[in-house]
Design a protein around this ligand. Structure first.
Ligand code: C2E
Ligand code: MG
Ligand code: MG
Ligand code: MG
Length: 287
């Protein structure tokens, strides 16, 4: 009967909802535990200057789960965003990177610039968040060694809070980089309104660079525009030597990708930096 059918539908709906809420609550609990117990870890991927061999890095968060092993950000960041926990994770990454930059300076590694990602969600809303500028000042962090990577979506928010935060950070020496450039609603207007230090060409343009004339044309145009605007260019997702060659020919400044190295745990990254700098000082042309 209709009543049975309704009852059935109702029960099924309820069961789905229940399992959704159970897993949500479970994941929320897991993420909070991860924050409280220090299960998040920062990996560093080298970013290499294509002409002088200078080395910097991008900080990329990993979740070292006690049972499930290392979990990639693509898996847990969207959940953390939905749960409203992304701000806490980004603040943790920020403070950890600040500590690391200072630690390298104090322990003979010198200056290593690091770029950090900050989620577009609630970007300018500072309620309950770490005050990054305050933190930089209190801990006397060399702010020019910090780059904040934001997506085009952040700039399209056009909120006063967002603009103020970006201006404030930049005023204190933090560099601003547009991540995944070309994949969002690339409104070029913001490039003149807001001072931006770097554009990061998304890896989807790099992948078929050698075979796809359109990708090549787009990259060429981005680089020419950036040069005119005095904005630095980073290419992400560079995996082959011929991609590297092409990008260097086109005038790309910085190269990041598996061709040089994958994101690495801190000790491995430090070893990479030592080896890299040694080779550069020996005049080995490896970039
Ligand atoms: P992203 O900021 O665009 O970072 C670059 C991603 O490309 C990284 O993935 C990196 O491992 C990957 N990659 C680098 N070189 C290559 C390459 O040659 N080939 C390929 N196929 N991939 C390459 P990952 O580490 O899985 O991070 C994914 C995304 O998660 C990041 O993309 C970023 O949007 C986000 N993310 C990572 N850490 C954080 C964080 O601390 N906070 C926030 N809000 N987002 C983060
Ligand atoms: Mg990034
Ligand atoms: Mg990127
Ligand atoms: Mg990307």
């Amino acid at each position: 009967s209709a009543k049975d059918a309704n009852g059935g539908v109702y029960r099924r709906y309820n069961a789905e909802l229940e399992s959704t809420w159970q897993s949500r609550a479970f994941i929320l609990h897991e993420l909070e535990t991860a924050l409280a117990e220090g299960q998040f870890e920062i990996y560093y991927q080298p970013v290499i200057h294509a002409r002088n061999g200078a080395i910097s890095a991008e900080a990329l968060v990993r979740w070292r789960h006690p049972e499930r092993g290392v979990i990639s950000p693509a898996e847990f960041l969207p959940v953390a965003e939905r749960m409203g926990l992304i701000g806490k994770i980004d603040d943790f990454v920020f403070a950890q990177v600040c500590f690391q930059i200072r630690h390298w300076q104090d322990n003979g590694m010198g200056d290593i610039a690091v770029s950090i990602n900050r989620s577009a969600q609630d970007f300018g809303n500072l309620t309950g968040r770490l005050d990054w500028v305050d933190y930089i000042q209190q801990h006397e962090i060399a702010s020019h060694l910090l780059t904040l990577e934001i997506t085009e979506g952040v700039l399209l928010q056009r909120s006063t809070e967002t603009r103020n935060l970006l201006r404030h950070l930049r005023h204190f020496g933090v560099r601003i980089s547009i991540d995944d450039f070309g994949t969002g609603y690339s409104s070029l207007a913001y490039l003149k309104q807001l001072e931006v230090d770097y554009l990061k060409i998304d890896k989807s343009f790099i992948r078929d660079l050698e075979t796809d004339a359109n990708d090549k044309a787009i990259i060429e145009a981005i680089i020419v525009m950036a040069k005119r605007l005095d904005i630095g260019i980073v290419a992400e997702g560079v995996e082959t030597e011929s991609q590297l060659r092409l990008l260097t020919e086109l005038g790309c400044d910085w190269i990041q990708g598996f061709y040089y190295a994958r994101p690495m745990a801190c000790p491995d990254f430090e070893q990479f930096v030592r080896d890299w700098r040694k080779n550069v000082s020996l005049g080995k042309h490896i970039f």
